[in-house]
Design a protein around this ligand. Structure first.
Ligand code: F6P
Ligand code: MG
Length: 469
């Protein structure tokens, strides 16, 4: 079921995979070790401490194996026998590859799956999320954008309660909310962190927003709006939009903002959010991240007036929230809590999201999940990793259509797939002829090195729709 187009591999110096395995993963593993070490220090039970230290060692050994190009060892049975067997079968089929010569997508998934088995096999550290601290801290540092958006969201929801926007306004807002949700996938970008929401909100007149729009290389939002508008006009009783989530913190916050927008306009009657089940690619959403987010905004002062680690080292205290800022965030919390309580906002985990393969295999390997996705009007896949999984992380000609590149998830799948992705890898499809060449010719675009460097940094984005019919 896999694509025949060659995948990005860690042995290819032109691929971002090569850089990732050599420089980025060791850093991620070091960060993970530091985090766990801190928690071990805080543990009071000596047995728990000893066990934690053992996991620190296992993480250290894993880092050594990556850096010294060792074989990816089979996963131990850790309570999910079918899952580990699938990973192990693939290792075998791939001829027991080593870290520096293995497909990028599979090996990166394997790394996080392997880490989770250290914890799953422990007694005291089951369910420990070694990235939780990082995730919630980043949310705290997104304070400005969070507050601006809360004010905007409240204004919008309150207005909609008295009068729904006319269609022309709704369409503008639709683009706006989707694009905020899209760029939320690039929180490392200056776009949302350096800019107040008011700046972004100045819509079409705003140069900055225009600029950001120019960075969307392919934008299928008009067709998405048509699909949702049509379902509403037909009076379909259940109009569901699913979001296959990516990152926690700020990105999850803007995902929920989009969810609230779709519910308030009646463009959807239910939103299903789909998180991961194990700590994944550092920042991905786990069910506990959803509760942590709601918890944070349920008491905005306690959360945002707490010093971050960085502030503590600089001896800085965060400015207190104004009464309005506090109330706006509380409004957002109450609105989402109500949607959640009324079943309009539902979370549905599935362990398939943390399997090692691409989504080319999904309809065949997980038909029940595929059937669920078919029932949604649109399934939104957030972020870079989901895009790599959809396209098989392969070196497609960049003018290939998105529908073709997602194979069995494309035409005939019955699933309307929408990807909101800022580019952080090699793969990209759906570009007009000549665009890739143009971008490569930009400073740091990769030039004639053969690397598609412009697509590594999250500066460019694609919004791609594939209709399942
Ligand atoms: O920058 C590369 C990378 O770390 C990839 O390994 C991965 O696909 C992606 O970023 C994660 O980004 P996202 O959270 O958008 O999926
Ligand atoms: Mg992610």
């Amino acid at each position: 079921y896999d694509t025949k187009t060659p995948q990005s591999v860690t042995s290819d110096p032109k691929s971002f995979a090569s850089d990732s395995v050599r420089s980025r993963w060791p850093v991620i593993l070091t960060g993970a070790i530091d985090d766990l070490y801190r928690s071990v220090g805080k543990a009071e039970d000596p047995e728990k401490q000893a066990e934690g230290k053992k996991i620190v060692e296992q993480l250290g050994a894993l880092k050594y194996e990556v850096q010294h190009d060792r074989v990816l060892s089979p996963l131990p049975e850790d309570g999910f026998p079918e899952e580990t067997a699938a990973y192990n079968k693939e290792l075998e089929q791939r001829g027991n590859p080593t870290w520096l010569d293995v497909p990028w997508l599979f090996s990166e998934c394997y790394m996080y799956r392997r880490i989770s088995s250290f914890f799953a096999l422990s007694t005291h550290w089951k369910g420990y999320d070694l990235f939780a601290r990082q995730k919630i801290d980043t949310f705290r540092t997104s304070r400005n954008a969070v507050l601006e958006l809360a004010a905007r969201y409240r204004e919008f929801i309150e207005q909609t309660k008295t009068a729904k926007p006319d269609e022309a306004t709704e369409e503008i807002l639709f683009r706006e909310f989707f694009e905020i949700c899209l760029w939320g996938n690039a929180t490392d970008l200056s776009l949302l962190t350096n800019m107040t929401y008011e700046d972004i909100q100045k819509l079409q007149g705003s140069e900055a927003r225009k600029k950001a729009e120019n960075n969307i290389l392919s934008n299928d939002l008009p067709a998405v709006y048509e699909i949702l508008k049509k379902a509403r006009a037909e009076g379909k009783a259940e109009r569901r939009v699913d979001i296959v989530l990516d990152n926690a913190g700020f990105e999850l916050y803007v995902d929920l903002i989009l969810a609230g927008f779709l519910l308030a306009t009646g463009l959807a009657t239910q939103i299903v959010i789909r998180p991961k089940s194990i700590p994944w690619f550092v920042s991905d959403v786990l069910p506990t991240d959803f509760s942590a987010l709601l918890n944070a905004i349920s008491n905005p002062r306690a959360f945002f007036e707490t010093q971050t680690d960085e502030e503590a080292t600089l001896d800085k205290t965060p400015a207190p929230l104004t009464q309005k800022e506090n109330d706006d965030l509380l409004f957002v919390f109450q609105d989402w809590a109500m949607c959640h309580a009324e079943g309009q906002l539902v979370m549905r985990p599935n362990r398939y999201w943390t399997a090692g393969g691409s989504f080319w295999r999904l309809p065949h390997e997980q038909p029940s999940l595929a059937d669920e996705l078919k029932e949604a009007e649109i399934v939104i896949f957030k972020g870079d990793l989901n895009y790599r999984k959809l396209t098989g992380d392969a070196w497609w000609d960049p003018t290939t259509s998105f529908t073709e590149a997602i194979g069995p998830m494309g035409a005939g799948s019955g699933i309307n797939v929408l990807s909101l992705r800022t580019c952080k890898a090699d793969v990209v499809v759906g570009l007009p002829a000549g665009k890739d060449e143009e971008l490569r010719a930009l400073p740091n675009g990769g030039g004639d090195s053969g690397s598609r460097k412009w697509a590594w940094g999250g500066k460019w984005a694609v919004v791609s729709l594939s209709k399942g019919q």
